[in-house]
Design a protein around this ligand. Structure first.
Ligand code: ADP
Ligand code: NI
Length: 192
């Protein structure tokens, strides 16, 4: 398997899927998660190819993006097997994609799942996390207070749910920044 070619094929596939998204699930998110996945995999002594593939594919069939989650997953698996992934590998990829989801609340069972889960969660916090939460809220025409509520519901919890040492380290600054933003928002809201 020519890994560079496979990556290029996957990027072409997902760029078509994400063309229209405005909810914070854009290609830039996939690229950032891929980069985190590579860094975390290396720091955990894993080969980074599969984590990077999973990172690029992880949101393609999200219910926010597709009406037919099951059909989308079938199409993805058939695309991956055409690229040369074995049945065992496509099963591993599919299971890891399920494990990434915050809302499904599944436990990451392997080092691979921990790495990709951490990678996605790192992009939900920090400056990018703030931007994505606001972008998501605006795209849904949500009241700002509801978007800020998302910090308590999810974003502030992420730091303590991470598995890998490097992700925990990266999360420190991100968490501090979100807290400062949140506190300043509350302060300015009370003043006006
Ligand atoms: P991810 O791609 O990280 O798995 P989600 O699919 O849950 O995240 O959501 C995409 C982005 O939108 C994330 O950055 C998330 O924090 C943000 N988001 C999700 N739900 C809300 C919400 N109710 N209010 C504000 N932001 C949200
Ligand atoms: Ni994601």
């Amino acid at each position: 398997m020519d890994q560079n070619l496979v990556m290029a094929e996957i990027k072409a596939y997902i760029s078509i899927k994400f063309q229209k998204d405005k909810s914070g699930h854009d290609l830039a998110h996939m690229d950032r998660v891929r980069n985190y996945a590579r860094m975390l995999a290396v720091s955990e002594g894993l080969d980074s190819f599969l984590p990077e593939v999973i990172a690029l594919c992880h949101d393609i069939c999200d219910h926010k993006l597709t009406e037919d989650e099951e059909g989308c997953q079938k199409e993805l698996l058939s695309f991956l097997s055409k690229l040369g992934f074995s049945l065992k590998e496509t099963e591993t990829i599919q299971k890891a994609i399920h494990a990434i989801s915050f809302s499904k609340g599944l436990k990451a069972e392997s080092k691979l799942e921990q790495v990709v889960q951490d990678a996605d969660r790192l992009d939900a916090i920090g400056a990018m996390g703030i931007i994505r939460a606001l972008q998501y809220g605006f795209s849904k025409n949500r009241d700002l207070s509801l978007t800020i509520q998302h910090f308590d519901d999810k974003l502030f919890k992420i730091k303590d749910l991470l598995h890998t040492r490097l992700a925990k380290e990266i999360a420190e600054d991100k968490h501090v920044l979100m807290l400062a933003f949140y506190n300043q928002y509350q302060k300015e809201s009370e003043q006006t």
